[in-house]
Design a protein around this ligand. Structure first.
Ligand SMILES: Cc1cc2nc3c(=O)[nH]c(=O)nc-3n(C[C@H](O)[C@H](O)[C@H](O)COP(=O)(O)O)c2cc1C
Length: 205
């Protein structure tokens, strides 16, 4: 392994000032028993809409369901891995994120589709934080089940994360192991672990 990677340290504090939404965003698991207002759902997708994308292709695509649409909501929830379903079943809003595989312009493969979807999901997550909502992204779902349950045309769409969204709830209501994770400080590699101000093989001249 590269020596640089071995040197990575972690820290639980923001070492430089950042936007409040970046500092406050967390992937929580406890949800309050309160629906997400339709205007806020609109704001989440509006935020995703304004993400940058390669050639402004905007390859993101979303299917969402609130608990007021029990059948659709359940189709998404049922496809989650058990470890996620355990807590995500309390989220009043579930969003499936997809990336259109081909350019609309010429039907050619879009190599940036998932990259751009990630940016849109990040915008959506930060907007959610600003609105007092928690977004928890999940890659832990049964792909075949989700494709079947939602009739996703896989020749046209790649699957991204499923997001569980709602107002934060009480950690005490979670099972003990999850409660501890919920309350634990977040940790990140320090900047020195992933930023160079020189090339890999030369100095900084
Ligand atoms: C692509 C992706 C997949 C993830 N899948 C899961 C998952 O299946 N279950 C889960 O509990 N968290 C999942 N997470 C959340 C991460 O574990 C979380 O973002 C990370 O631990 C950092 O914590 P923070 O978001 O609270 O800062 C996923 C996040 C991303 C971006």
């Amino acid at each position: 392994m590269d020596l640089l990677v071995k040197e990575i340290l972690t820290s639980s504090v923001t070492e430089h000032p950042v936007l409040e939404v970046i500092e406050n965003r967390r992937s929580l698991r406890a949800y309050a028993d309160k629906p997400v207002e339709p205007a806020k759902i609109d704001a989440l997708f509006e935020a995703a809409r304004w993400a940058p994308s390669s050639m402004n292709e905007q390859p993101w695509f979303y299917i969402y369901a609130t608990k007021d649409q029990p059948e659709l909501w359940q189709r998404i929830c049922d496809s989650l891995m058990e470890g996620n379903r355990l807590w995500a079943a309390n989220a009043p809003l579930l969003i499936v994120s997809l990336a259109r595989k081909k350019h609309l312009r010429n039907d050619r493969p879009n190599g940036s589709a998932k990259y751009d979807l990630g940016a849109a999901n990040a915008f959506l997550s930060l907007q959610a934080t600003a609105l007092g909502l928690n977004v928890h992204q999940m890659g832990g779902y049964d792909r075949e089940k989700l494709v079947y349950n939602l009739g996703i045309p896989v020749e046209d769409y790649e699957l991204g994360v499923v997001m569980a969204i709602g107002y934060p709830g009480h950690p005490e209501e979670l099972p003990e192991n999850l409660k501890q994770r919920e309350l634990a400080p977040r940790s990140r590699h320090t900047i020195q672990g992933f930023v160079l101000n020189r090339s890999f093989n030369h100095g900084n001249e």
